[in-house]
Structure formats: structure tokens, C-alpha cells
Design a protein around this ligand. Structure first.
Ligand SMILES: [Zn+2]
Length: 275
């Protein structure tokens, strides 16, 4: 089977272990929005018995490919298109829990009855870690002063995170710049909005930050956080739980709160121990 984008690679592999081979299409750190499918990607898609995609148009390249296997939009099963403001729905651990349930439902027909017990046991173990991840996230965010509970990001990617945890979202590139170009009037407007937002930091998605983001930082006088927020999927070499806890600690630490790294490490280990 093929897991195309978002955090489906980790969800599918953790859920299935040795029960099925999972090919992952969009590598961690890659941009799914402008992904171009390679020949080997197309081969994997045409050979697959099942294709899992995030949906919500996260990877527009998938709209232009013909696949004979069922294509299941797991992110859209977790939250409808009407309710999702952006495709990156996995930043809310509760929705990741629903994505795990939906993935289990989608893969079930490919497995024999004898394998169902192990699948359900792992599904429950994953759900338990995600429930604790949701509670841990809420606890870390409680340490952030209300005035700094604002997330200034590049593109709109954290709307489910923001709405779950009561954080204001200010995606500067989507709000003020179209096509990545920034007019002088937009630069002034962005900088004003950032100053007024109460944020202590601007969050880049990759480091070193883009020239545009550095200009915004210099005009607004608000620093770029030392660590990036991974918006588009798993961080390179990290599980979805490692990525999620890293994002929360990056946000909380930059905004004047405290992050419990020990509890984060425990969650990461619990996830990695699922067999
Ligand atoms: Zn994105």
C-alpha cells in the first residue's frame, strides 16, 4: 500500500508493522503542495492495493494521477472539507486519533481475520498515546501567558491546532502575500499586524529562514524563533509524536512558557514501543 502525504506514513507503518508493506511518497521535510510525482512514485501508485492520502487538497499532484486501487482521503474522513480551514489537520492530536481509526478501517479488508486482533491492539495503543499527547499539549500551552497565545507562521497550517487549544493564528504569507511576492504596503501591514499580535517570535518552517521572512522580522522588530515549526508533515527522521512534541516545545519556549521535555520523551518512547 502507499501512504502519500502528511503524517500517514507513520500512522500506516505503526499500525501495520510487518503485516503489510507501506511505501511512503512525500518524504519528511518535502513540500507536498508543489510535489511532482516521479516515475517511481507512479509505479508504486499503480501497483498498490490501497492508497492513503491526507486529502483536503494537500497534494494537488494526486488530482492528476489515475490509480486503480481505492484512494482513501484519511484527513477528510477525520474532519470535513467544510470544517477544515487548511489541509494540515494532524496538528490536533484528537484528529490524529480519528485518522488512526479511519486508517485501521481502510486497511482491515486487506488483512486476514487472523491479523485483525493485532491491528486492533495497535490501534488502541496508538489511540492511548495520542490521548496523552493531547493532554500533554494542553498542559504545556497553559504555561504560555495569554498575551502570547498567538502563532505567527508562514503559510496557514495550524488552524486545527489553534482552534483546539484556543490560540490565535496569524499566517503572514497567506494573509498578506500572494504567490510569495511581497509589496512594500504588504510588508508594512504584516509588520504592524505582527507587532499588534503580542507574539514574541515569528515561526519559520525551514531554517535558514527565507529572505521574505527575514525582511518581515527586521521591519517588525520581532525575532524569528531559533527552531522551525514543522508544518507540512513529519520532521526528517522523526515520528509524528516526536514532530508534534517538538513543535509544541518550540512554540511554548519561544512564547515565554515552559516545556516538559521529560514527559515528551516518555510519549515518544511509548509511540516507538508499539509493536
Ligand atoms: Zn502546507
Amino acid at each position: 500500500m502507499v501512504a502519500v502525504d502528511g503524517v500517514l506514513c507513520d500512522i500506516a507503518r505503526t499500525l501495520l508493522q510487518e503485516q503489510a508493506r507501506v511505501t511512503c511518497l512525500v518524504p519528511p521535510g518535502a513540500n507536498p503542495h508543489d510535489l511532482l510525482l516521479r516515475g517511481t512514485d507512479r509505479q508504486a501508485l499503480s501497483a498498490a492495493q490501497l492508497v492513503l492520502i491526507n486529502g483536503h487538497n494537500l497534494t494537488p499532484a494526486m488530482n492528476r494521477v489515475r490509480v486503480s486501487a481505492p484512494v482513501v482521503p484519511i484527513g477528510e474522513r477525520a474532519i470535513s472539507r467544510q470544517k477544515a480551514l487548511d489541509p494540515h489537520v494532524w496538528h490536533d492530536p484528537a484528529l490524529v486519533g480519528v485518522m488512526v481509526q479511519e486508517t485501521a478501517k481502510a486497511v482491515q479488508p486487506l488483512l486476514g481475520n487472523a491479523q485483525t486482533g493485532a491491528l486492533q491492539r495497535r490501534r488502541q495503543a496508538m489511540q492511548a498515546v495520542l490521548t496523552r499527547l493531547g493532554a500533554w499539549t494542553a498542559q504545556q500551552l497553559q504555561t504560555v501567558p495569554a498575551a502570547h497565545k498567538v502563532l505567527v507562521s508562514e503559510h496557514r497550517a495550524f488552524s486545527t491546532f489553534a482552534s483546539r487549544y484556543g490560540i490565535r493564528e496569524l499566517p503572514v504569507i497567506d494573509t498578506f502575500a500572494t504567490g510569495g511576492t511581497l509589496r512594500p504596503s504588504s510588508l508594512a501591514a504584516i509588520s504592524e499586524a505582527i507587532r499588534k499580535s503580542g507574539t514574541k517570535a515569528i515561526f519559520a518552517e525551514v531554517l535558514p529562514p527565507s529572505k521574505t521572512l527575514r525582511r518581515i522580522s527586521s521591519v517588525s522588530g520581532v525575532a524569528i524563533a531559533k527552531r522551525p515549526l514543522y508544518a507540512d508533515g513529519q520532521a526528517p527522521g522523526q515520528s509524528l509524536v516526536e514532530t508534534a512534541t517538538a513543535n509544541v516545545c518550540t512554540f511554548v519556549s519561544a512564547q515565554g512558557g515552559r516545556c516538559d521535555q521529560q514527559a515528551a520523551a516518555a510519549l515518544q518512547q511509548q509511540w516507538a514501543a508499539i509493536r
